[in-house]
Design a protein around this ligand. Sequence first.
Ligand code: BTN
Length: 239
Amino acid sequence: MNLARIHLKEVGSTNSYLKEKVDRTNVLVTADYQTMGRGQGQNTWESEAERNLLFSIKVSPSHVLAKDQFVLSMAGALSIEKALEAYGSGFSLKWPNDIYYHDSKISGTLIETTIVGRSISDCIFGIGVNVNQKEFPSAPNPISLSQITKREMNREELLADIIKHFEKYYKRVEKGDYEGIYTEYNARLYRKQEYFSYEDKGGVFVARILRVEHDGHLLLEDESKALRKYEFKELKFII
Ligand code: BTN
């Protein structure tokens, strides 16, 4: 895959830019600053200018069936985590596709797919990685790579690493290695197998994560050994 790159000093959102202004696929859009950065659901994504990585990749995975689309989420999250692993240990994947350093969030992804028939015609991976920012006015539990390494980091080097891993994982998706990606994703899952507090619409409970299923559901076992299965946004991690 050869990604064509467009770099913008300032944009509303790199995801929206790709959706509204770019017809081609295999395109990478990077920005130094976003005026309307979007997060999952109703959330916004705030980032100081020129301090972090803000980028979106548009691909056309028509070989992936809509029912299998979570494999793209797993591949995207693994690409970021693999690149970060080179800077130290303590990184993990927080379901569905955040990257955590211990209990702090270093990266988030907003995936937007277009489905035609039973397949995915377009997929936009919108990725934010906190790289050199030191203060975060509104995010709940943020951390940046420079806070971990205690030095100023090179954003372009990290981007190149993430893209290198992304291309590898994407190739594996193309080859149909869903099982291998699924196994790697689950092996790196944040809070796996240990008891912690969670909250669903019934209130707070203690449970342990067993795994994330192929379709992206999170499977937990609570203290009374009952299984609980969640879709994204149905469950809150108490951190
Ligand atoms: C989240 O954790 O809620 C997802 C955050 C995704 C942020 C990135 S930054 C680049 C791209 N453009 C956006 O507007 N959002 C994503």
